[in-house]
Design a protein around this ligand. Structure first.
Ligand SMILES: *[C@@H]1O[C@H](CO)[C@@H](O)[C@H](O)[C@H]1NC(C)=O
Ligand SMILES: *[C@@H]1O[C@H](CO)[C@@H](O)[C@H](O)[C@H]1NC(C)=O
Ligand SMILES: *[C@@H]1O[C@H](CO)[C@@H](O)[C@H](O)[C@H]1NC(C)=O
Ligand SMILES: *[C@@H]1O[C@H](CO)[C@@H](O)[C@H](O)[C@H]1NC(C)=O
Ligand SMILES: *[C@@H]1O[C@H](CO)[C@@H](O)[C@H](O)[C@H]1NC(C)=O
Ligand SMILES: *[C@@H]1O[C@H](CO)[C@@H](O)[C@H](O)[C@H]1NC(C)=O
Ligand SMILES: *[C@@H]1O[C@H](CO)[C@@H](O)[C@H](O)[C@H]1NC(C)=O
Ligand SMILES: *[C@@H]1O[C@H](CO)[C@@H](O)[C@H](O)[C@H]1NC(C)=O
Ligand SMILES: *[C@@H]1O[C@H](CO)[C@@H](O)[C@H](O)[C@H]1NC(C)=O
Ligand SMILES: [Cu+2]
Length: 577
């Protein structure tokens, strides 16, 4: 076992004098855990012997320190998903972007302040596929206590972590998939707080249970921790008021379904106002947005996870009757997904950041699948067709191997990356027209090239990105996640972005702020953010297989002109490659 931290404190909160802020300290020991799911025992990688891992609770303004001890056999990093990491990019976590991995038997203390954000975030491994089981909730409460929520104080707060489960060794499966040029196969189950629920083999006693009292309100802090699937989530007999997404408040939005892409969170108030004589299932199943070209659609995990909502004190009738199942949307319901995503608006409170109205950096970025020349090691490499590769503006992102981008940036070291990520796609074609897949004259468009290119911007630059899905090898809703910043979502739609008509639809008054945007399948979205955080920040698809096949780029944000706007040096225990 790694022994790099002298004291093993699990949660210690020191109150700092003269301030409302505290230092919250955790120790995460990552190692093997044997769990039984779907009738089989599996050795997984987990934090502190738990799946999901520990919930971290902090207040805005606190300093969080997590001592990570790697007792697992794998290289590992942890990303604090959605945390701004203002001037603390060294703690952001994506492997080879902001740090080299923490090797087996090594440690690293992630240390950062939580400033200017409240709500539900989460943490997860950001190296290989380990995030399948290395994840947990990160809850940020307002600094003056729960009374400061911009909605009536819920009686109880309930983390709901949605996940995916494989009846296989996920790391072995991933290396196998790499050799054959594909992605890890379909999952065997979806889970709610680590439990699949009674629709799966041997799982009727592995079901998440929520006990509620009539008339009380519950803040469901919903997190999509699945590797590859967007999800529909419902609770029979109950409806939700969405009050925040991605730790950013929204105007209250009433809905009976929550649509959530990998990487996203949604805070949904639920009042226990159903007849208590019954009990109710909560359920999640995948939203499948792919229209592969040519058809048919490949198989997918079409199972449903469910948990149960029971009223307390229990009524005898509730025990005897079957729980009520919610009517779920079809897997393919683009309308339900689009309605949910486009109904969200931001709740602007005094002092909150507002949309930049003047744009310094205009970018149009196409993204999707393609093919690239294959590696000799890829068993199923088709030499004339290449292997599947994903890209942004026709660059298939390649992770550096010698040094993290952030360290190379900080030290001004050449040869690790180039600062020439293009502002526009190299070719303008009819991006979302499936003809690109059948017209031989257009087939050269499929071929992408690999590179480690970043977009360099000045400190505080206002950046606008038009994110345009392409139809190459099929369309799909991709959840694009930006590290280090929230962005405003100004508009989104299907088909090709058309500036003339789109600009008129920009919401500059109350757009939602997010860290992950589910760009409509075969469509586009427009986002804006202010690059007020010096460092290197990856933007990538949060479908795991797309990240590893290159659907990523990074922003290199220069230092500002003052010490308060300058990236400090890395901490002493910063991992080396
Ligand atoms: C952890 O599990 C892996 C994979 O099953 C195995 O190779 C390794 O020996 C285990 N390590 C320990 C310390 O049990
Ligand atoms: C984090 O907060 C502490 C205490 O307020 C402060 O001393 C420190 O400079 C902050 N760190 C960063 C990187 O801003
Ligand atoms: C806490 O609330 C009080 C009263 O509403 C306010 O004056 C104070 O600034 C708040 N403190 C912080 C740190 O937000
Ligand atoms: C799931 O897929 C299997 C195999 O294609 C099919 O037999 C089954 O009917 C599907 N189930 C649902 C709920 O769609
Ligand atoms: C390789 O790709 C080419 C072009 O798409 C196709 O015609 C050929 O059948 C493929 N070969 C194999 C072995 O799949
Ligand atoms: C940012 O400023 C720090 C401190 O002056 C310096 O060490 C670092 O190299 C600068 N980063 C870049 C990319 O210039
Ligand atoms: C991407 O770049 C390659 C190599 O330059 C080119 O052949 C291909 O047509 C480009 N594809 C797109 C969609 O821009
Ligand atoms: C873009 O929208 C404008 C205004 O609706 C329309 O006149 C124009 O034809 C559109 N352009 C394309 C390429 O569809
Ligand atoms: C783990 O990381 C080290 C340092 O970056 C690297 O040399 C090694 O190859 C990695 N091991 C694996 C299994 O990826
Ligand atoms: Cu994707």
């Amino acid at each position: 076992m790694a022994q790099c931290v002298p004291i093993l404190v699990f949660v210690v909160a020191f109150l700092r004098f003269m301030a409302d802020a505290a230092v919250v300290e955790h120790t995460f020991r990552v190692g093997n855990l044997t769990v039984r799911r779907l009738c089989e025992n599996r050795v997984i990688t987990a934090v502190n012997g738990r799946l999901p891992g520990p919930t971290i609770e902090v207040h805005e303004g606190d300093t969080l320190v997590v001592h990570l001890i790697n007792d697992s056999p794998y290289n590992l990093t942890i990303h604090w998903h959605g945390i701004f990491q203002l001037l603390s990019g060294w703690a952001d976590g994506p492997s080879m972007i902001t740090q080299c991995p923490i090797q087996p038997r090594n440690c690293y203390a992630y240390r950062f302040n939580i400033t200017g954000q409240e709500g539900t975030l989460w943490w997860h491994a950001h190296s290989s596929v380990l995030r399948a089981t290395v994840y947990g909730a990160l809850i940020i409460r307002p600094r003056n206590g729960t009374e400061a929520f911009p909605f009536s104080k819920p009686d109880k707060e309930v983390p709901i972590l949605l996940g995916e489960w494989w009846n296989d060794d996920i790391v072995d499966m991933d290396s196998q998939a790499f050799l054959t040029g594909g992605a890890p196969g379909d999952s065997d189950a979806y889970t709610i707080n680590g439990k699949p629920g009674d629709l799966y083999r041997c799982s009727s006693n592995q079901m998440y249970k929520l006990e509620v009292e009539q008339g009380k309100s519950y803040l469901l802090r919903i997190i999509n921790a699945a590797l590859s699937k967007e999800l529909f989530f419902k609770v029979a007999g109950h409806s939700f008021t969405v009050v925040a997404v991605d730790a950013s408040y929204t105007k209250p939005y009433e809905t009976d379904v929550v649509v959530i892409a990998p990487g996203q969170t949604a805070d949904a108030l639920m009042v226990a106002d159903a007849p208590p004589a019954a009990s109710y299932y909560m359920a999640a199943l995948p939203y499948i947005s792919t229209a592969p070209s040519p058809p048919p659609r490949p198989s997918f995990d079409n199972t449903t996870t469910r948990g149960i909502v029971r009223y307390e004190p229990a009524m005898p009738s509730a025990a005897s009757s079957r729980p009520v199942m919610p009517a779920m949307p079809s897997f393919f319901d683009n309308d339900v997904a689009h309605r949910f995503f486009t109904s969200l608006t931001g709740l602007l409170r005094p002092g909150d950041p507002t949309v930049p109205l003047h744009v310094d950096e205009h970018m149009v970025v196409t993204f999707g699948l393609g093919v690239a020349a294959c590696e000799a090691s890829q068993l199923l490499c088709n030499r004339s067709r290449g292997a599947t590769a994903a890209s942004m503006n026709n660059v298939s992102f390649q992770f550096p191997t010698k040094k993290s981008l952030l360290e190379a940036h900080f030290r001004g070291e050449k040869g690790i990356y180039t600062s020439d990520f293009p502002d526009t796609p190299p070719v303008f074609f009819d991006f979302t027209n499936p003809a690109v897949n059948v017209n031989p004259a257009l087939q050269s468009l499929w071929f992408t090239t690999k590179g480690t290119k970043v977009k360099k911007v000045k400190y505080n630059a206002a950046v606008e990105m038009v994110l345009q899905n392409t139809a190459i090898l099929g369309i799909e809703n991709h959840p694009l996640h930006l590290h280090g910043f929230n962005f405003f979502v100004l508009a989104q739609g299907f088909g090709n972005y058309n500036a003339t008509s789109a600009v008129k639809s920009y919401n500059l008054a109350d757009p939602p702020a997010r860290n992950t945007i589910a760009v409509p399948t075969g469509g586009w979205a427009v986002i804006r953010f202010t690059a007020n955080n010096p460092g290197v920040w990856i933007m990538h698809c949060h479908l795991d297989a797309h990240l590893s096949s290159g659907l990523a780029m990074a922003f290199e944000v220069e230092n500002g002109s003052t010490p308060e706007t300058t990236l400090p040096p890395p901490p002493p225990d910063y991992p080396r490659c």
